[in-house]
Design a binder for this molecule. Structure first.
Ligand code: ADP
Ligand code: MG
Length: 522
């Protein structure tokens, strides 16, 4: 495959950049993450987010809104569910939190983890490499045969399995044995175009998509489980050591050469083809973002510079919370979660939670008599019974009677619905998905803005690519659209022309294998 040609941006070396910057800030001030969706005039249900703090220098990601929900029984009428926004504005500067996290460990909700990835794959990598990817829902194994500058990626093969529910709550040994076993089975099937040079072990890029305090390119301590995992005995341990022990138990002689998270893998994988990739974002079960940072603006490095002067920082933005526009549904879901008070951004924008937020809204509406009259389906009280892919399927239903919506609603509630109820449900889905997509877009703008502030022209003066991956982003067209719309609105039309938001399919797996290659022990 040929390496993508870099496009020269019309704004490269743009001399009037300061002017553009001022314009952009005005745009951010005047644009808002505002939407107001009357789901049904009666019962009236509105969810919206108001404009940003005007006084703050870093308005990106600033949204304000506090939703409150109440039932207002009018005499002789059904109670009406409402979500009302109070105007107590809250400023949420993602960029400021990024700086605080770069200053000192624990300086902000954003951990701003050093990846120890200071150089990118060059294209010269050759040989057979494996990648292992433990996400929140799926476990993937992949092998790739790299052929250097001319041949690039000669062949890839991968397998994917869903992580059994019980392993999410089991012991560390059980989980890592499952991973090592999957890897061993996959490695046994190696053949065809895949060849290991003699005298070498098979090397692995291990993608582990949970917050890890990286201690070197091939070691890192699990800080905490997220995305519904509560595995005992792993937090505080080196996850590579856990994997090595499990591989030993399986009699598998392979070696981890790079430990990365999925965002870092995605960035490395996308950058292999395109030098303009600066940021990578995962929107799957959970969410995270990473970006290329200058080492001289990372105070917590205490002067330790990489030879390239750059490094990839994993923001761990799922933990962002400062001033997010939370509703009663978000708060209740958080309180009932296994990690209350944590991962608040993740809980408003990622695939694990969107379906559950909608379920909670629908339950409240049903209790208010706004869905099925006086009947409140018991099934609708089951947490996580409505999944994000269900929302997506309902939003793709273009049939006259919304038959697919009816079928999913029947599955989830056991009730046959009429067209007006189906329409209302689709609007609830749209409202929650719109909020998620737009907040994710605002987060991206926060990162771009932080980078631009430190290096004028780095981002907005030329073409910049944001590599996206994850099941939510990949499969949910409305979510994608809302995300992109928010980025365009926040940056303004002109500026946003330089920012390319691109799906990087399976970039993470190949990226991890490429990082294993560029950090090879041989
Ligand atoms: P992981 O997060 O385990 O690495 P993925 O990136 O494949 O895995 O993301 C899986 C998540 O993506 C699911 O948990 C779900 O929330 C979301 N998802 C998968 N398919 C769809 C779909 N069709 N519509 C919307 N969301 C989806
Ligand atoms: Mg993943």
């Amino acid at each position: 495959m040929e390496k993508k040609r870099k496009r020269k941006s019309p704004e490269a070396n743009c001399s009037n950049l300061p002017l553009l910057r001022v314009k952009r800030e005005e745009q951010i001030f005047t644009r808002s993450l505002c939407f107001n969706v009357p789901i049904n005039p009666s019962p009236f249900f509105t969810l919206f987010f108001l404009p940003v703090h005007r006084s703050h220098r870093l308005p990106t990601m600033s949204v304000s809104a506090v939703g409150s929900f109440w039932l207002s029984p009018s005499p002789g009428k059904l109670p009406r569910p409402r979500m009302v926004v109070r105007s107590n504005a809250v400023s949420t500067p993602m960029a400021a939190d990024m700086r605080a996290g770069l200053a000192v460990d624990g300086g902000s909700d954003l951990k701003m983890i050093l990846s120890y990835v200071d150089t990118f794959p060059t294209g010269n990598e050759k040989g057979l490499f494996y990648a292992l990817d433990l996400g929140g829902t799926n476990f993937r194994v992949l092998r790739v045969q790299l052929g250097g500058k001319d041949e690039r990626v000669i062949a890839t093969e991968f397998e994917q399995v869903t992580i059994p529910q019980e392993l999410m709550f089991g012991t560390s040994e059980e989980l890592f044995d499952f991973i090592a076993c999957g890897l061993a089975n996959f490695a046994k099937k190696e053949g065809g175009k895949f060849h290991l040079p003699s005298g070498r072990k098979r090397e692995i890029g291990f993608t582990f998509s949970f917050p890890v305090k990286q201690t070197s390119i091939d070691s890192g301590i699990l800080m905490k489980w997220t995305k519904g995992f509560a595995v005992s005995g792993t937090a505080g341990r080196d996850v590579v050591a856990c994997l090595n022990e499990a591989m030993e138990r399986q009699g598998l002689d392979m070696q981890v050469s790079a430990l990365v998270n999925d965002t870092v893998g995605t960035l490395a994988g996308a950058r292999y083809w395109d030098d303009d990739v600066m940021v990578a974002v995962i929107l799957g079960t959970g969410t995270n973002a990473c970006y290329v940072e200058r080492t001289d603006v990372i105070p917590k490095l205490q002067g330790q510079m990489s030879s390239s002067g750059r490094t990839i920082i994993s923001t761990e933005w799922g933990a962002f919370s400062n001033g997010l526009p939370l509703t009663e549904f978000d708060r209740d879901m958080d309180a009932a979660s296994i990690n209350p008070g944590e991962q608040i951004f993740e809980k408003t924008i990622s695939g694990m939670y969107l379906g559950e937020i909608v379920r909670r809204v629908l339950l409240k509406m049903a209790e208010a008599g706004a869905l099925f009259g006086k009947y409140v389906p018991e099934k609708l009280s089951t947490p996580f019974i409505l999944r994000t892919p269900d929302l997506c399927a309902m939003q793709q239903d273009n049939s006259d009677h919304l038959d697919a919506v009816g079928a999913i609603l029947y599955d989830v509630t056991g009730v046959k619905s009429d067209l007006s109820v189906r329409k209302m449900v689709v609007e609830v889905c749209d409202t929650i998905v719109k909020r998620g997509g737009r907040l994710a877009g605002a987060g991206i703008v926060g990162i771009l803005q932080k980078m631009e502030e430190d290096s004028k022209g780095l981002i907005f003066g030329k073409r910049t690519v944001v590599a996206m991956d994850g099941g939510l982003y990949e499969n949910y067209p409305q979510y994608r659209r809302y995300l992109k719309e928010a980025v365009t609105e926040l940056l303004g039309l002109e500026m946003s022309k330089n920012v390319v938001i691109e799906h990087s399919k399976d970039g993470s797996g190949i990226g991890a294998a490429l990082l294993a290659a560029s950090n090879s022990k041989y």
